[in-house]
Design a protein around this ligand. Structure first.
Ligand SMILES: Cc1cc2nc3c(=O)[nH]c(=O)nc-3n(C[C@H](O)[C@H](O)[C@H](O)COP(=O)(O)OP(=O)(O)OC[C@H]3O[C@@H](n4cnc5c(N)ncnc54)[C@H](O)[C@@H]3O)c2cc1C
Length: 426
């Protein structure tokens, strides 16, 4: 009874561009809300920078007439809106942006039946099974799961957001955690609730009649605003699916070829070895996990391409094995070395910085908001490269998507102008 045709998320730029070539914006806008609709499936590639929304739009306008009115451009802009909010609030996106919709304490642990996809609600259980199997979920399923977890089972949104993030191939702190907050009502004006009729309309194969969500919106809204935890369904299946392991960075995630490229900057010997080699190069291009397109650029003389892993980030935000393979696969193909750092090792990092500063080499790194990676200049004297965006970033903080979109599109003028003139305007 599954919906998704399994997309092969191969760690290659070719696969990303292949997927992009199949996108049909008109069909997308007609059907995107349906589980079997023509969604793009691009998010894992976009999140990890195999491509980005700017490049995707550039390629699409060569085939289709598109403008700011198009649904797909609108949805691309949601991603940029969440980044806009992340830039403004920083780690604040990981805490309630507004007051929760009821004043009590949400559960701080995910119940076993949710973790194992045996709640007895077909849309939730099938969604969780898909999440574990593929690392990808349709937007509607993400909304249903988040709403169920927070409002029907009274689990704190952050617990759910961390759990979903760790299993997604496209897990993105801004899009994921702020979407959970939007569903929870801490980043919107009301809780998002859904019922069995809504599932029937968009995913008719997942029958939820007779379950606790088979009721009207008014009742669901008042459940969301009360302390009621409805628990699992009475006739829920006893057995569900096993939750795949998620881990921080570990050496055994590396393939044999990658192990040979490894330089561990957490050790003084690693620092010395890399600095000695650097004399042969003009530029070091550091490639973090959200900039993987750079692994597939044509190699330039005098440029050393280095994959970068910060253990500090991954300890707080662990990933599934398939996500690690999706990221490390690109580094294996396109990097000459992989450097491991730990941005928490303050005094050691001062020493690394001092040693690298003595070399003549220019070190470049693409901007990122991911914690740890965002502070890597504390250990490496790197120059930031601007992140490629579709829309100019409004100068003032815009708290709602509609205001953000209005402001950014007014600044840009038209989609064409956004692509030509506002290339790196912010
Ligand atoms: C609870 C919840 C958690 C989410 N977590 C993530 C996440 O970790 N990473 C992530 O990239 N998206 C997340 N989203 C947003 C959205 O669900 C996914 O981007 C989308 O489903 C990805 O599938 P697609 O590429 O087929 O999307 P399409 O519908 O084909 O959209 C094309 C692209 O537009 C962007 N996009 C579309 N909708 C959104 C949206 N609502 N918010 C932000 N960007 C959007 C994405 O880059 C996407 O790849 C989340 C949404 C919810 C409700």
């Amino acid at each position: 009874m599954q919906y998704q045709t399994k997309i092969n998320y191969a760690p290659s730029r070719h696969a990303a561009l292949d997927s992009l070539a199949k996108v049909d914006p008109a069909q997308y806008s007609r059907s995107r809300n349906f589980l079997d609709g023509a969604v793009t499936g691009l998010s894992p590639w976009i999140t990890h920078g195999y491509t980005n929304v700017r490049e995707a739009t550039q390629l699409l306008v060569q085939k289709y007439r598109l403008s700011f009115e198009d649904k797909l451009i609108f949805e691309f802009a949601w991603r940029e809106f969440f980044k806009h909010v992340h830039t403004e609030l920083g780690d604040g996106i990981l805490r309630d942006v507004r007051r929760p919709v009821w004043p009590g304490r949400y559960n701080n642990q995910l119940p076993d039946d949710i973790e194992e996809g045996r709640t007895g609600i077909a849309a939730i259980d099938a969604g969780i099974a898909l999440l574990y199997e593929t690392g990808y979920l349709h937007n509607h399923v993400r909304m249903w799961i988040a709403s169920y977890v927070v409002h029907i089972r009274k689990v704190h949104w952050k617990v759910g957001a961390d759990w979903m993030y760790s299993h997604l191939l496209d897990g993105d702190l801004a899009s994921n955690h702020l979407s959970w907050q939007w569903v929870a009502g801490t980043f919107s004006h009301k809780p998002y609730v859904f019922n069995a009729d809504n599932v029937h309309k968009y995913a008719p194969r997942w029958d939820c009649t007779g379950t606790s969500i088979d009721t009207d919106y008014e009742s669901l809204d008042s459940i969301a605003r009360s302390k009621r935890d409805l628990g699992r369904e009475r006739n829920a299946p006893p057995v569900g699916v096993a939750r795949p392991a998620c881990t921080g960075f570990q050496m055994d995630l590396l393939s044999e070829p990658l192990k040979r490229k490894l330089v561990d900057l957490r050790q003084p010997v690693g620092v010395e070895a890399s600095c000695t080699l650097l004399d042969q190069f003009k530029t070091v291009k550091l490639i973090h996990p959200w900039d993987l397109k750079a692994c597939f650029d044509v190699a330039k003389e005098g440029v050393l391409r280095v994959g970068l892993i910060d253990c500090a980030f991954h300890e707080v935000h662990p990933w599934s094995e398939q996500r690690w393979a999706f990221v490390l696969g690109a580094m294996e193909t396109g990097c000459d070395q992989v450097w491991i750092v730990d941005t928490r090792q303050a005094s050691h990092n001062v020493a690394i910085l001092a040693r690298f500063t003595k070399t003549e080499v220019r070190i470049e790194l693409r901007e990122t908001l991911n914690p740890g990676y965002a502070t890597v200049t504390k250990c490496l004297p790197a120059k930031w490269l601007r992140e490629e965006k579709l829309l100019p970033n409004p100068l003032r903080f815009q708290q709602s998507f509609s205001r953000f979109y209005k402001e950014a599109t007014t600044m840009a003028g038209s989609l064409e102008e956004a692509l030509h003139e506002h290339a790196l305007a912010d």
